[in-house]
Design a protein around this ligand. Structure first.
Ligand code: FUB
Length: 310
């Protein structure tokens, strides 16, 4: 009996810790989920899709007004901490343009830095990158009055290395250039030197959704790409956060998405891929964030993950 009980308990414990209910939340459409772990709590910094923009509002068919922040400790129950930033409160942004694309948040020292792409009022670029600073992962954030000078693009992804040096990765967006990386100054609000192209990843294909993490001393850089009409999440590795990178392959094969945007995080001893899909809405501009566990091979490569879409 004891043996049966222990098998039942262990099975339940495994199911409880591995299963992420998909989609993760259903009261809002959420996309581009960046998951981060701060002090044993898993936070998600997604973007927010809504219906109802006119053609000249929004951007590329997306209608994205603000950012919510979520937290969980079990990957089942998610707390919505409300709106962290509304489009009309971006100090340097165009108003009512619904262009709040993928954000990210990182901790350095005892401060949290929230990076987001916005549509600049001065129309100097398709997107500029802004930053806010807080003492808490859920804000409130104090938003810098101007965008970060010297970079333009979408999907900012900050990374702080073990030695305290910080970097920001971002993409140019469709037709506007390659993925890039820049060193961040200690203040986390300015870059040092000039942004550099990320060397070693396939040249062709629409790339977005940059994400960097480090595991066992190896830097994993990943992105979304249309590869012969398959929209897939791919990755490359390097011994340096600035590259050059060695292309490794696919993390998540195409899920007929239009876009996919991901992040990868370790939580309670397991690794998870966060991404989005549109099955809740049946509309590929109204997406919902999801998560699945991923497994690493002994040599450090990632076992490709087929999304659980039901
Ligand atoms: O959510 C708007 C844009 O679509 C993101 O910035 C891209 O990564 C893609 O998901």
């Amino acid at each position: 009996f004891k043996k049966v009980l222990s098998i039942v308990c262990c099975t339940l414990a495994t199911i409880y810790s591995v299963t992420a209910q998909n989609p993760l939340v259903t009261h809002l459409y959420t996309a581009d989920p960046t998951a981060r772990v701060f002090d044993d709590i898993l936070y998600i910094y997604p973007s927010h899709d809504i219906e109802g923009c006119t053609e000249d509002q929004g951007s590329n068919g997306f209608c994205m007004p603000d950012y919510h922040i979520f937290s969980t400790t079990d990957l089942i129950n998610y707390r919505d901490h409300g709106v962290a930033l509304d489009q009309n409160d971006v100090p340097w942004g165009q108003k009512n343009m619904y262009g709040m694309w993928a954000p990210d948040c990182i901790k350095k020292g005892d401060k949290y830095y929230y990076y987001y792409p916005g549509m600049p009022e001065d129309k100097s670029a398709f997107r500029r990158v802004g930053v806010g600073i807080s003492d808490s992962p859920t804000g409130p954030f104090t938003w810098e009055k101007d965008y970060i000078k010297g970079i333009q693009g979408i999907d900012p992804n900050p990374f702080v290395d073990d030695d305290g040096k910080a970097y920001i990765y971002y993409g140019g967006g469709k037709g506007t250039g390659a993925l890039k990386v820049a060193r961040l100054k200690d203040n986390m609000t300015e870059i040092e030197g000039k942004p550099e192209d990320i060397i070693g990843i396939p040249e062709e294909g629409y790339r977005e959704a940059s994400f960097m993490f480090k595991r066992n001393g190896l830097y994993y850089f990943s992105w979304g790409r249309v590869n012969q009409n398959n929209y897939e999440i791919e990755y490359a590795t390097s011994k340096s956060p600035m590259g050059p990178f060695d292309f490794q392959g696919v993390i998540m094969p195409n899920i007929d998405n239009g876009t996919n945007h991901h992040s990868i995080v370790e939580y309670k001893g397991k690794w998870y891929l966060f991404y989005h899909y549109w099955s809740l809405s049946n509309h590929n501009r109204l997406r919902s964030m999801r998560a699945d566990e991923i497994i690493f091979n002994k040599n450090g490569s990632i076992v490709p993950k087929v999304a659980t879409l039901r």
